[in-house]
Write a protein that binds this ligand. Sequence first.
Ligand SMILES: [Zn+2]
Ligand SMILES: [Zn+2]
Ligand SMILES: [Zn+2]
Ligand SMILES: [Zn+2]
Length: 160
Amino acid sequence: MANILNTLASGVINTALNKAVNPIGHNPMGSPMGAPMGVNPMGSPMGGAPQNAAPAPAGWDCSCGNRGNTGKFCAGCGKPQPALWDCSCGRKGNSGNFCADCGSPKPVLWDCPCGCKGNSSKFCAECGKPKPVLWDCSCGCKENSGKFCAECGKPKPEEA
Ligand SMILES: [Zn+2]
Ligand SMILES: [Zn+2]
Ligand SMILES: [Zn+2]
Ligand SMILES: [Zn+2]
């Protein structure tokens, strides 16, 4: 009788332990962990990406009167978008030939023989050489910057 009772008792205890362990062990490992892991990574990148990747394009106004151009060329006349320039007065992003704030003329960008391109000041930003003086050729070609006319090849006239 004692053996049977022991066997029954141990069997009941084992069954009770199994019932107690299984639910505790199964639930935390299963559904609670699984569901959020699957949903969140799919949700956030899909929702946030389009808003960040598409900034509002800034349109530019052409001198022909066509406003809000978004491409590199004017939708009205086909002229290329003018390069924006910063005035010495502090006004930035001017697109016309004159500063929108103080009216000073747009600085002419020039390329230094040293290889530095797009200098806007009187001296090269790289080597400090002064900006070459532009000169007009007798053939009609204007604003030559080199020693020879870009149109006819005539040498720059020496000024007395
Ligand atoms: Zn235009
Ligand atoms: Zn200005
Ligand atoms: Zn230079
Ligand atoms: Zn010339």
